[in-house]
Design a protein around this ligand. Structure first.
Ligand code: AGP
Length: 612
């Protein structure tokens, strides 16, 4: 959580910092701040509670703050309430050291205690102030320069951090350090940048450096130098980012979420094109050989949130097509359990950001056991992508809205591709079935596009239920996996209480919540389970529920039961989530907008959950 940016060069820093923070606001938006220093190291710190708008107003869009070197921060509170005092940057008592931080310093109380004994005092409730003052302490005690002071602090602290630090004595320079929180650095044409995520610097440079765990950097207008924790200079190569700058703008849509919903056909087509060559699935770039695939005993999928929901859908598809047992686990649970893994298991980690703390910790735990790992990740060069044995990149492009849509859809596609290829390699399907499944996959982008062209009915329906108290989603099999995602989308951006239930489980408790007029959304894309779910819908209807049915063209009998029916194009039933999820994403989006909320930045949430 939290977004950090830094800039040093020839231009005024403040407007560049604000622009970068605007691209990172999805990471946190309860307060923001910046520190800008001039060529003599004189530093001005400005902070504001609330959205970035407040900081923009306070600084006259950055024009009121002068200097060509600066750091900025947008906050998602962990330690201390959202307030100006707790907002970053944080400073040492004499302003020698000024820093912004993303992550959590776990032993900050202990550090504060130690520093209090050395006559330091603290003005905020944050963990960040502790590390800033610890750096200041080592800086003054050893007098060996910024890299040495930061390295000493890194050895002393526990937790995670992406830190950008300015020292009064080193004008024009920014020092960075990282452990388990994302940070990228770019340098071009006499200017250097740092940020938590690529969109913040994409308009300035496409060549970015990924700073590793327990590494440091010194940014100056002339370029960047990297150091290990011993203070030795280390060499790094930059990676070229192929996302274009426009992808990180709204492009005429009212919100990023709506834009990203509309980008799904392209994102899915790009992801398919990366792995389907001449009508066959080619996983050579992922590094999975046929021998690897034949030898898999069990697949364990580990993820959080929507990525976990992809795992739930993938479980049905892989088990049904490839006949490999699949377990799906929430990363936050998996990491603290005894996991009885076998040598021939494959553990798959799904993550849009590639930085989710629980998923990353689970990956590390599995790697320690020497079990083969595969990551399905969107952000190139992210921690999970770098640490897994093999990576299958989704080509969704930058996803800015907190609620995932296009990344979810591309993750689904990757799981289908894996399922189909595993089925083929292991002899579970013949050539004819293989070709027809691939042809069906290739037709998905066009079908998704058709769905997006007919969204007005959903918009109308969403407005009708904008004031609902509770909404339930029910389905069986893969449809249950779709329900989980539909329900999460709705609750996270509309704040309506919502639950997804396996339709057959309703009568074991949840049905008691159904009242007159409660909206129940039934998802029925699976022929064999259609009648069963209809029966469950009838059960809730007879208790007063208002029914929305979501099915594929052809299942017209649903209209006899549902009050409102939405159809999606026909496809192979394994791939139905890719189509059925779109009306549910649109419904959530329009409910949120009808309630006057900001769907891109739901309260209490952040895009990338880099804390436990
Ligand atoms: C979904 O809309 C949420 N933003 C959230 O559940 C998300 O999927 C989860 O935090 C996992 O993130 P990741 O894919 O980046 O690991």
């Amino acid at each position: 959580m939290c977004g950090i940016v830094g800039f040093t060069g020839k231009r005024q820093a403040a407007p560049i910092l604000l622009d970068g923070l605007a691209k990172l606001e999805y990471r946190g938006y309860d307060s923001a701040g910046m520190a800008v220093s001039d060529e003599n190291g004189k530093t001005e710190v400005v902070k504001a509670k609330g959205r970035l708008r407040a900081l923009e107003e306070k600084t006259d869009n950055g024009l009121a703050v002068k200097g060509c070197c600066g750091i900025g921060h947008t906050r998602w509170a962990t330690h201390g309430e959202p307030s100006e005092e707790n907002a970053h940057p944080h400073v040492s008592d004499d302003m020698s050291v000024v820093a912004v931080h993303n992550g959590i310093i776990e032993n900050y109380q202990e550090i504060k205690e130690k520093l209090r004994k050395k006559n330091y005092s603290f003005y905020s409730q944050t963990d960040t102030e502790a590390i800033v003052k610890l750096i200041d302490y080592y800086y003054k005690k050893y007098n060996a320069g910024p890299v040495d002071a930061i390295a000493k602090a890194m050895v002393r602290v526990r937790g995670s951090y992406a830190l950008a630090v300015m020292f009064k004595d080193y004008p024009g320079e920014i020092y960075a350090a990282r452990k388990d929180s994302p940070m990228i650095i770019g340098t071009e044409n006499g200017e250097s940048y740092l940020a938590s995520d690529v969109p913040a610097i994409l308009k300035h440079t496409r060549n970015v450096y990924y700073i590793g765990n327990l590494e440091m950097a010194r940014l100056s207008p002339e370029g960047v130098e990297f150091y290990n924790i011993d203070g030795d200079i280390i060499e790094k190569k930059y990676v070229e980012i192929i996302w274009d700058a426009e992808a990180a703008e709204k492009g005429g849509f009212a919100h990023f979420m709506l834009k990203e919903i509309h980008e799904q056909p392209k994102a899915v087509a790009d992801t398919l094109a990366s792995a389907v060559k001449d009508g066959r699935i080619d996983l050579s770039s992922v590094g999975l050989t046929d021998e690897d695939m034949k030898g898999i005993g069990q697949i364990i999928i580990v993820a959080c949130g929507s990525s976990y929901h992809v795992g739930m859908a993938a479980q049905y598809v892989i088990e049904d097509l490839a006949h490999i047992p699949v377990r799906v686990e929430l990363a936050s649970e998996f990491r603290y359990r005894t996991n009885l893994l076998k040598d021939n298991d494959l553990v798959v980690f799904i993550s849009q950001s590639g930085e989710t703390a629980d998923t990353l910790a689970a990956l590390r735990a599995v790697k320690e056991q020497g079990i083969n790992t595969l990551a399905i990740v969107n952000v190139v060069g992210s921690s999970i992508a770098r640490e897994a044995d093999n990576v299958f990149y989704t080509l969704a492009g930058p996803e800015i809205a907190v609620a995932t849509t296009k990344a979810y859809s591309t993750q689904l596609i990757v799981s289908y591709l894996l399922a189909v290829q595993l089925a083929m390699v292991r002899g579970e399907i013949d050539e004819e079935r293989y070709s027809s499944l691939i042809a069906e996959l290739m037709s998905l982008p066009e079908k998704m596009q058709k769905l997006l062209e007919n969204k007005e009915r959903i918009q109308w329906f969403a407005a009708k239920f904008a004031n609902a108290k509770d909404i339930f989603f029910i389905g069986r099999g893969i449809d249950y996996a779709i329900c989980l995602e539909g329900s999460l989308k709705l609750k996270e951006i509309s704040y309506i209480h919502s639950e997804a239930y396996a339709a057959g489980e309703l009568k074991h408790g949840t049905i008691s919540l159904i009242e007159e007029g409660t909206l129940v959304v039934g998802v029925l894309t699976q022929k064999e389970l259609f009648e069963k779910t209809i029966s469950n819908m009838v059960e809730v209807k007879s208790r007063g529920a208002y029914l929305m049915g979501l099915t594929t063209y052809g299942h017209y009998s649903l209209e006899d039961t549902a009050d409102f029916t939405v159809y999606v194009p026909q496809t192979d039933e394994h791939f139905a989530p890719s189509l059925a999820v779109i009306p549910l994403q649109l419904m959530s989006y329009y409910v949120s907008v009808a309630k006057g909320l900001d769907p891109d930045k739901p309260r209490n949430l952040a895009k990338s959950v880099t804390v436990e």
